[in-house]
Design a protein around this ligand. Structure first.
Ligand code: PHE
Length: 340
């Protein structure tokens, strides 16, 4: 180095070092460049700094500062080049024959799919969709539905109360009354939604579950309309050979009441067929005249039918799922089997 101009030496060194960094083609040669210029003992910058003692005292601060700045810039260039070399180059690492990675697509939950399919069938039969609040009053959930508060269903053992007279609805039937109040007959609605009960969490019960309410109110509606509509629904949902059975039952808000079962005929892949067990799909009945009167309609003039269906059970059956809880654990390995 020329004693007269250490700053010029530093500038020349920087230029050379930066060019060497740029032309390094792999990490090893880059490391060699680093050692050659910035290496602690043999590095050329270190040599210049060691030579500082030869520089006149008054120039030392200026030269020292400049040397540090050069070191800084060369280090930065080394790091930048390093990360360029770490990223795989297109030709060396990309195997164009590798299968593509499939892109994750979300899907509808199997119970949501069942609700949609069921609702679409009723929509095609002329029903409208209705909804009501999940937190509702004891009036809508029980009393308006002809269910006195000392009925076991209204008990705190079974129903989740929020405050005295407000609860998490235990069925979708309160939508019956809310719909009748807000409309005039004829009424034909389907109301899917969440309902809540104090149930133990087991293979067939969850404290929150889906129900689908159906309600028809008009002049001259009889049980025959109900049977025909339900049979048509079952054939459209499960196939033309599906059988439907009505069993007498009891609900405070329907008279008479019935539970509806379906039996399916399944065709195996080899063409042979078998019948399933009877599956209970809903509670139902002719709307009690007291309920019609509570809605402000004349029960002598209007009659109707209603049902409450369990799409969770229907989805279990459809997919051969044995434990209802698997629908709610959100294990993606389970749920993605139903993605469509
Ligand atoms: N709400 C009843 C239940 O939750 C079902 C039902 C609805 C029965 C409508 C009759 C009419 O079990």
């Amino acid at each position: 180095m020329s004693e007269s101009n250490p700053i010029a030496d530093l500038q020349a060194l920087e230029k050379e070092a930066l060019a060497a960094v740029k032309s390094a083609q792999d990490r090893e040669s880059l490391e060699e460049v680093r050692v050659m210029y910035l290496g602690r003992s043999e590095g050329r910058l270190s040599a210049i700094l060691r030579g500082l003692s030869q520089v006149p005292v008054e120039r030392r601060p200026e030269v020292g500062k400049s040397a540090n700045a050069v070191k800084e810039r060369v280090s930065t260039a080394l790091e930048a080049r390093q990360s360029e070399l770490v990223a795989p180059s297109a030709e060396s690492e990309l195997d164009l024959t590798m299968p593509g990675r499939s892109r994750w697509r979300g899907g509808l939950h199997p119970i949501t799919q069942a609700v949609d399919e069921i609702w679409h069938i009723f929509r095609d039969l002329g029903f409208a969709r209705a909804r009501g609040p999940e937190a509702d009053t004891v009036w809508y959930n029980f009393e308006a539905l002809n269910t006195p508060l000392d009925h076991p269903a209204a008990d705190e053992q079974d129903t989740l109360y929020l405050v005295d007279s407000v609860l998490l609805r235990s069925h979708t039937s309160p939508v019956q009354m809310r719909t009748m109040e807000a409309n005039e007959p004829p009424i034909r609605i389907i109301a899917p939604g969440w309902v809540y009960r104090r149930d133990t969490y087991d293979a067939t019960h969850t404290p929150a579950f889906m129900q689908i309410e159906g309600l028809v109110i008009d002049e001259g509606i009889t049980f025959v309309d109900f049977k025909a509509t339900l049979a048509e629904f079952a054939r459209r949902y499960w196939g033309p050979d599906t059988q439907v059975r009505f069993r007498p039952s009891y609900f405070p808000f329907t008279e008479p009441s019935a539970e509806v079962d379906v039996k399916r005929i399944i065709t195996r892949p080899d063409g042979t067929q078998y019948e399933t067990e009877w599956l209970e799909i809903m509670g139902s009945g002719m709307v009690d005249p007291n309920v019609i009167a509570n809605a402000g309609y004349d029960p002598e003039r209007y009659t109707g039918w209603a049902f409450g269906m369990g799409p969770g059970r229907i989805a279990m059956l459809k997919h051969g799922v044995q434990d209802l809880r698997t629908f709610f654990e959100n294990d993606i390995r389970f749920l993605e089997q139903f993605a469509r």
